[in-house]
Every structure is written in C-alpha cells, then in structure tokens.
Design a protein around this ligand. Structure first.
Ligand code: UD1
Ligand code: UDP
Length: 361
C-alpha cells in the first residue's frame, strides 16, 4: 500500500460500489491522490467484482478479504486490517459509504488514529434501531468530520442529533450519478429476451434481516410473493442472505416466480427499468425506481429514504397487503411524468470531490 494517498476510500458491500464510483472518478479529475480498500465484506463475483468491471472502478489497492461472520467478528476483522493499513498509509481523509459494517469499521479506526472521516450518504434515519444499518448510520455520523447528505430530511436529522451544520453538506446522491451515467446501457428488451419475460413483469429483491432471517417471516414472505406471482410473472435475483430460509419455505414452488442469481448492475437496472412494479426491501432500489419512474413497493415497516415516497414512486407495504398493492400499481400504470428529488442530477460526485479538494487544501 503506497503511503502517499491523500484520500482513502473504504468500500466492501454491493451498495457501496455505485456510490463510490462517481466520487473516485471526480476526485481523479481534480488530481487528488487516492487509494481504494475493499474490506471483502462481499466477495462473490456477482456481489462485488462485476461492479468493478461494469462501473469502471479501479482495482482495489488492497482487499482485506474479511468475508462473512457475525457483526462483531466481521467488524472486528475489518478494524484490525484497516488499522494496520491506515497506520502505514496515513491518509489525510478516509471516505466511507452508506450504512454497512465496512463503513462503521473504517470510521471507528480512522478517527481513533486522528484521520478525519467523510461519510457519503449521511443523515438517513429509519428510527428503527432493530436494523443493524441504523446503528451504523448513527455511529458513523457522530464520528464523521464531513457529512455528505442526499436529501434535506437527512440534513435535519443530523442537526437534531447535535451535529454541527458546518460539517454537513447537501450534495445530492452519487448512486443516482451512476444511474444517470449509465442510462444508455440499460437494455430493457435485451434483458427481457434473455430471461424470456413478457411485456409486463414484476422484479423483486429481498435481503433485509427483518424479512428473511426468521424462518416464520420467510414463510409469510413466500406466501406474499406467491400471491403476486398469481397475478404476474416475477423475477427475483436473490441475495445470498435470504436464499436458505426462503427456499426452505417453498419459494421455488410457483411456476411464475423465477429465482435467479444476483445480477450485474447493468442487467439489474435494465430489468428494473422495464418492470411494471418493483417489490423490494433494498435501500438503493427505492432510490433507483424513484429516478426511473417505476412503481416501487417496499416490504418494510419504515424507510430511511422517505424522499422516495414524498418525491418518488415508493410506497411501504406489508406482506399481507402486497398482492393487492401490486394489482393496484399495475392497474394505475407507470406515470408519464414524475418528480425526482432535488439535486439528484448526476453531479453529486463532482460536488463531493470539489468539497474534499477544498478541505484538503
Ligand atoms: C449487508 C449490509 C446491508 C446491505 C447489504 C447489501 C451490514 C450490516 N449489512 O447485508 O446493509 O443492505 O449488505 O447487499 O453491513 N454472502 C454470500 N456472499 C457474499 C456476501 C454475503 O454468500 O458475497 C452471504 C453470507 O452467508 C453472509 C450473508 O450473505 O453471512 C450476509 O452478508 P453480510 O455482508 O453479513 O450482510 P448482508 O445481509 O449482505
Ligand atoms: N443490484 C444489482 N443486482 C442485483 C440487485 C441489486 O446490481 O441483483 C444493485 C442495485 O441496482 C443497487 C444496489 O445493488 O445499485 C443496491 O444494493 P442492495 O440492495 O444489496 O443494498 P441496499 O441498498 O439495500 O443497502
């Protein structure tokens, strides 16, 4: 690991990659020296490497290869690896992304070494502390020196938690930069043909612990998905977390529900772009559907991204109400015009890079 990095990016899980890509690219344009550490939180080719290929991310300078484990063992493994690396590299700034354990580990190690931390996607709150991500968000935001928010509600939450306004910048959404930069590559007809789908289909993603970790929840969820499959064909690129419990609960027994491996970013967003409705518990997918004007039904009791409801196409649903909500959304059709959140304009990475460059002097 060269010791000359001004900025050290730490990423490790699937949703980190579309957020980091535009920031790294913009910092490159500003001539800032940077390094990328992959924690290894996600490691399957389809959860990690495919994003590097498709999004033009640089090869990580280091991959800590931490892999899966309990929260404590995974986070501890990352912290030990990151500490050694940061002591040697001494970057001027560490940049962390989102609400995953990789961000928590990097922020904790960095601040204790006196290296300031920038948090991309700061201030989102579900106010549900049963979500591991909510704990990560709160802690990372308390530790960060520079907080990049995607929406004004996030800015308000940070203020309410006593974080000085000087540290907080409303910059827009770098994940949406990636979406907008790749619009020409999303090939709806191609993915529809590849998966032999009719014109109208549903795309689903499921991986929240609150939906898939408990076998009883998995049974309810499978019932709800089968009720949707009675209406329209569903494609479910299944996250590895949910696979065992959902399959044990009979997921694969409906002809109209097709489970596939996680898809590459370009294939996945192509699929979403052509969908009649998306059913999800993902954070990022709520945002992407809002930008694409695709109706989104979020299978969660809350969201840390309420702007996708107030300014977008998202709605929260329960499992028992899911099929009816899908039927209504399909009957209503896709909006001809739709609003998108302020500053979700493709320039967030550039705003972040300009601020970082300025801070670094
Ligand atoms: C993590 C994030 C979550 C995010 C999700 C995105 C935390 C606390 N959670 O959840 O916020 O929404 O990533 O996808 O950081 N596994 C594989 N192959 C992989 C990665 C994981 O098989 O490449 C399996 C392992 O069995 C592992 C399980 O998935 O135990 C969960 O992985 P983990 O990274 O711990 O959490 P996610 O559920 O992926
Ligand atoms: N995604 C993907 N392939 C898939 C499912 C999701 O490329 O099969 C992308 C999706 O477009 C978004 C990101 O992964 O950019 C969201 O990651 P995920 O849902 O795993 O995490 P969350 O956003 O919930 O933290």
């Amino acid at each position: 690991m060269p010791v000359d990095a001004a900025v050290l990016h730490v990423a490790g899980a699937r949703p980190n990659f579309p957020k980091a890509a535009p920031v790294i690219r913009a910092l490159d344009r500003h001539g800032v020296r940077q390094r990328l550490v992959h924690t290894g939180q996600h490691y399957d080719e389809r959860m990690s490497e495919v994003f590097f290929r498709q999004l033009g991310l640089p090869e990580p300078d280091v991959n800590l290869g931490v892999g899966s484990g309990s929260h404590a063992s995974q986070t501890a493994g990352m912290m030990t690896g990151l500490e050694e690396l940061m002591v040697a590299a001494r970057p001027a700034l560490t940049v962390v992304y989102g609400d995953v354990n990789s961000a928590l580990a990097a922020a904790l190690v960095s601040v204790k070494l006196g290296i300031p931390v920038a948090h991309v996607e700061a201030g989102l709150r579900s106010f549900d502390r049963s979500m591991p991500e909510e704990i990560n968000r709160i802690v990372v935001d308390q530790l960060a020196d520079l907080l990049f928010a995607t929406s004004s509600d996030a800015v308000s939450h940070l203020g309410n938690e006593g974080i000085s306004a000087e540290k907080v910048r409303l910059v827009g959404n770098p994940m949406i930069d990636t979406l907008l930069a790749n619009l020409d590559r999303f090939d709806v007809d191609g993915i529809r043909a590849a998966l032999s789908l009719p014109d109208r289909y549903v795309v689903a993603t499921l991986h929240r612990p609150g939906n898939v970790d408990d076998p009883a929840d998995a049974v309810d969820l499978v019932k709800a998905m089968h009720a949707v499959a009675d209406l329209l064909p569903i494609v479910l690129p299944l996250h590895p977390r949910g696979r065992r419990h959902l399959e044990n609960a009979g997921l694969l027994s409906h002809r109209a529900l097709r489970v596939v491996e996680p898809l590459g970013y370009i294939e996945f967003v192509s699929l979403v772009r052509g969908a009649a409705v998306v059913v999800t518990d993902s954070g990022g997918v709520q945002e992407e559907t809002t930008m694409l004007g695709v109706p989104c039904l979020t299978l969660r009791p809350n969201t840390e991204r309420p702007i996708t409801i107030t300014h977008g196409t998202n709605r929260l649903v329960t499992r028992s109400a899911l099929a009816e909500a899908v039927a209504l959304a399909v009957a209503a059709g896709r909006p001809a015009e739709w609003r998108t959140p302020p500053l979700w304009d493709g320039a967030a990475g550039e705003r972040i890079a300009a601020i970082i460059k300025d801070v670094l002097g």
